[in-house]
Ligand binder design. Structure first.
Ligand SMILES: Nc1ncnc2c1ncn2[C@@H]1O[C@H](COP(=O)(O)OP(=O)(O)OP(=O)(O)O)[C@@H](O)[C@H]1O
Ligand SMILES: [Mg+2]
Length: 262
């Protein structure tokens, strides 16, 4: 079942205080959540804390449930069971209010840009929030190396350029959480480098970042923490350095060593 859309009248609120003593430093806390499609459980995560101001790489084979988990984290979908808490509040069935939803932004693998200029795309989120500032748009475009194409029509951009605009559109609103779903899949090294540099900058600015990637080298470059999903289950999570140096679970060892075929 899809959550009510932002701004919908069904988007009644839904935040409840977390019990005292819950980890204050977590942006998200997941407790026994599950999600199924047509009766098939595709995600069943017992416990996962996503630390505030850190970058988590979400790893796993195709079909493991990574994008499904991201859709729960950006409140596009709701878990059927269990608890998802965000910033210390348990999110109930209707999803959080619009101002909370707007703290979380997502960059998808295939960017869907508005049929307007590059500038218009980056300005859109600020206008929506009544925070439009010329300098903010200019600076976001500069950050992703797209200033020279500011007035180009978004539909004329190459895949790499479009992805850089999608990232500028996300960072310009200074989100509390940035979710990235395979943001550099199929991009050339130059575009990958630009995108990774922006993620690195955000990482040092206190933004909570969750990046889904199939590139283990990218995960090692960017992530503070790692979570490995296989068949909808969380196999292992922890600091990136430990995960890659000494994975505990046999399946993690196979995954890191490239012995897991998928
Ligand atoms: N809207 C949907 N309806 C039915 N099944 C779905 C839907 N979305 C996802 N699934 C199924 O849920 C499972 C997990 O999908 P998900 O997209 O989360 O995987 P993923 O880990 O992101 O994979 P990939 O690395 O290929 O992107 C898959 O088996 C997929 O077919
Ligand atoms: Mg996916």
């Amino acid at each position: 079942m899809r959550a009510a859309l932002p701004g919908s009248p069904h988007n009644a609120c839904t935040l409840m205080p977390m019990p005292k003593g819950t980890l204050a430093m977590s942006t998200y806390l997941i407790h026994q959540i599950s999600k199924s499609y047509r009766g098939r459980t595709v995600l069943a995560v017992e416990e996962l804390a996503i630390a505030a101001g850190r970058c988590l790489a979400l790893l796993g084979p195709s079909g493991a449930g990574k994008s499904t988990l991201l859709r729960l984290l950006n409140f596009l979908e709701v878990p059927e069971q269990g608890q998802l808490s965000y910033a210390g509040q348990i999110i109930a069935a209707g999803g959080p209010p619009l101002d909370v939803r707007r703290e979380v932004t997502t960059v998808f693998q295939r960017p869907l840009l508005l049929d307007t200029s590059v500038w218009g795309n980056v300005a859109y989120g600020l206008r929506l929030r009544r925070r439009y500032a010329h300098t903010a748009v200019a600076s976001a475009l500069e950050q992703v190396g797209m200033s020279h194409l500011a007035h180009a029509a978004a539909r004329t951009l190459s895949g790499g350029e479009a992805q850089r605009v999608a990232l500028a559109r996300a960072v310009v609103i200074q989100p509390r959480v940035l979710l990235l779903d395979e943001p550099t899949a199929n991009l050339d090294p130059a575009n990958v480098a630009v995108i990774e540099a922006v993620v690195q900058t955000l990482r040092t600015s206190g933004t909570t970042i969750v990046i889904v990637t199939h590139n283990l080298f990218q995960a090692q470059r960017l992530a503070d923490d790692v979570a490995l999903l296989i068949d909808g289950q969380l196999i292992e999570s922890g600091p990136s350095a430990e995960f890659f140096r000494r994975p505990r679970d046999g399946r993690s060892q196979a995954f890191v060593a490239g012995r897991m075929i998928y």
